[in-house]
Design a protein around this ligand. Sequence first.
Ligand code: PGA
Length: 252
Amino acid sequence: MEKIYKNFRILVAEDYEKVSSMAADIIAKQVSSKITSVLGLATGSTPVGAYQDLARLNKLGVVDFEKVTTFNLDEYYPINKKNNQSYDYFMKDNLFNHINIAPGNTFIPNGEAADAAKECLEYESRIESAGGIDLQLLGIGLNGHIGFNEPADIFPQITHHVKLDDSTIKANSRFFDNANDVPKHALTMGVGTIMRSAQILLLISGAGKAEIAQKVIFGDITPKVPGTALQLHRSVTVILDKPAAEKVTPML
Ligand code: PGA
């Protein structure tokens, strides 16, 4: 199913596999139409399937990443890049090691930086120098966060250092041996950084995300639910699987 609702193009897919293949197709089309595309990338469980499909398309010669530049949304802070829970490790493991991208063209906020504030400013200007992001891939947190922009009183404008919400630490503890091992801070693009990308591709999967999916698309725009800022972006494609779309479909 495909519907336009305000600024959102909403696609409801049968299941997670279909969400992933549709997302990979959209990203591959972007790269084919502009070989020097600047992609914004995300971590978490949601984009893993899309990354596998992109690696397959790359091996088949359907998409070429040689001249592509990528900027990831966020990274834990502080964290050693060799830690298998760092997003640096995640991106190599799930995507970069499987495609023909130049390692020097992949950017992730540096979780090893001595000066977090300086790293954030430099990251933001690296994005600007690259000409801005053509297509930003996003997941959504159960608390509505995009990147690590946690519920707050304002929408942060640029890449910054954040303290993670207890709910995020709890949600991400599934990847660690225990909740105490989850870093308490992160470096993340701001909501403003995300909003400055030309296009956004938001993936939402699973019944657990049904409520937040409805809030992001139809709820009041508030920094208490950072993803609601996307209602003000000019070009957002949302792909949901049926369980995630349960509360969205009836409102379309
Ligand atoms: P998930 O995380 O894809 O692992 O659900 C999404 C997010 O927290 O942004």
